[in-house]
Every structure is written in C-alpha cells, then in structure tokens.
Unconditional design. Sequence first.
Length: 371
Amino acid sequence: MKPVTKPSNPNFSSGPCSKRPGYDLAFLNQETLGRSHRSSVGKAALSEAIDMSKDILGLPEGYRLGIVAGSDTGAFEMAMWSLLGPRAIDIFAWESFGSGWVTDVVKQLKLDQVEVHTADYGQLPDLSKADSDKDIIFTLNGTTSGVKVANLDWISDSREGLTLCDATSGVFAMDVDWSKVDVCTYSWQKVLGGEGAHGVLILSPRAVERLESYTPAWPLPKIFRLTKAGKLIEGIFKGATINTPSMLCVEDYLDTLRWVQSVGGLQGAINRSRANLAVLERFVSQRDWISFLAEDDAIRSNTSVCLTLSLEDDQVKQMVKLLGAEAVAYDIGAYRDAPAGLRIWCGATVESSDIEALLPWLDWAFAEVSQ
C-alpha cells in the first residue's frame, strides 16, 4: 500500500546537500551583507569561519586553512597546479571525480612519471601500491561511487612526497588522520549543506615548504597563486581571500559550523552520519531487490550512499521520478557516470527519522515500477 507518512525534509541530494535541521535564513547575521569582504566586519567573519573550521576539525599546529574560489574543484586544482611537478605521482581513482584529477594531471598539466591506480565503481584500488617517495593523490570518499577510504594507515609517516586528499564529501563526517595528509580540500556545500562556489584548502607545513621552495614550470592564473616572492601569502589563511567571496555564503557556513558545535562537534557530526547509514543498512539487509554498490562495509560511504536495484535502467529512472513527484525524495538518482541506481545522502545534516520515513516509499516505488 502507498505509505502515508513522508519525510519532513525530502532533500537527499548529494550536492548541494540538505540544509541543517531547523535552518532558517532569518538566523543568518546580515551585518556583513553589502559590506566589503576587506572591511573590519568582513575580515572578522572570514577569520571566524577559518578559526572555527580549524578548531572543529582538530587541525594540528602549523596547518593552514583558507577559503578559496571554485568549490572543491577550484581548491584541488589550485593545489595540483601549485604543488605538483618535482616528484613522480601515484593517483588513486575509483569514480568520476578522482578520474577527473587523472585528466588534469595527465592531459592538462601533462606530467610524466605518473602511475594511475584505478578500480571499478563500488571498489577501491590497491592502496598498498602507494610509493612514499612519490606525491600521492586520492579522494577520501568517492561521492559518485559510495566508496570511502577506510583509514589512512597505508600512507607512510616517513614519506618524502606529499599527499593530496580530495575530502569534499568526507570531511566533517569521517575520521581524518591529519598526520597523513599534507593537502586537503573540501566544499562546505557537502556535509555541512552550505551554499556553493567556495572551496576550502588545508595545507600542512610540508606542503607550505614545497610551495616556498618550488616554482611550477607553467604559468599560474592569479586565482591559483598561493605565494609571492617565494613566500606563502599568509593573508589567504587569515581571511584575506584571493577573490571576492559571497559574504552571505560565509554567514551560511558560520551558521552550520555553530550547529555542528551544538550537536557535539566533529564526533557528533560523524555519529549522525553513521547512524543514518545504519538505518539504510538494516533496510537493505532485509530485501533482495536492493544492494549497496560498495559490497564491502569497511569501505562503504556513510555520506553518499549508492545503491543498485534489480530493475532495468529505465525502471530505475521511473522510480526516481516517482519518488520526486510524491515529494518524498528529491535528486536521488545515481550520478550520470555511475551504474544506474539510487544515491541517498546520509551526511550529518540529514535526520535519521527522515530516512526511516523514506524507506516504506522505496518499497512502494519499487513495487510500482516493477509490476
């Protein structure tokens, strides 16, 4: 029978992701709107966003965090264009965004001595092949494949190269051993449900040393330049952004950071995401028509949860459309390059009660399209 109860919040998109529970535009501080980002109030807001992010994430002493343009893509490309070149490179790619970094390195930067390690959707490449003498590029969580890196134990503590980690759909929802990460990027539109267009770049002291001792052979556009006269532009990591940020987006970010603090900080946000995945795991374990794309639960994402169905591709599309028309789940079709299926966002801003309310509708929609 058609269910009666619907999720209070049907937004399960994997990016931009659901706003935090209780979100209201009226809660945003509007003092910075219409003001220069270089004014005292603008700088104060940007500085607060940086300091609060570092505090919640527990960044080690000496790590820098800055707000940059172009979402996670801009932040990660800024890092690659600025840091890569001096060493051979290992790239680990198992979904569309990781494959995009391969394209950047091989076809755009045209670097040689690059070894690409790949795996099919739902799996991880052999991470033990990481060479500590090389620079290493990987994603913490495959947003389009539902596969995460279980831990960072495979990265050497005595590495000579740098590790560059795209963590956009993992940070704030998964543990990160910062001693293993030299460069980390994310966009706050993922786990925090923030507004788009801004990226965050985290640098370790080792990454800063590379920036100050190495000059790429290619020209860098202004928006990528992290150094001046051979020294790191420290202002970027104190709120003096390279380009003009949206102060409304910054205030939106600050609102969600405060919410994270209210639910128990980083561990509280991680626990919420894990609890959401657990709801889906119980559901899937009791049905034979739905499965996780990531069969190994050790590497199963607890944010972008990808599911396969015993349906034809066109039936999957019908099911997604039906759930949207009923206003119970928006934007949950698999990514265009991934196998047909569902992708349900389970990050911290999603309530477990909404996932519980969605599940009977999955049963109903499956029955409707498979008749």
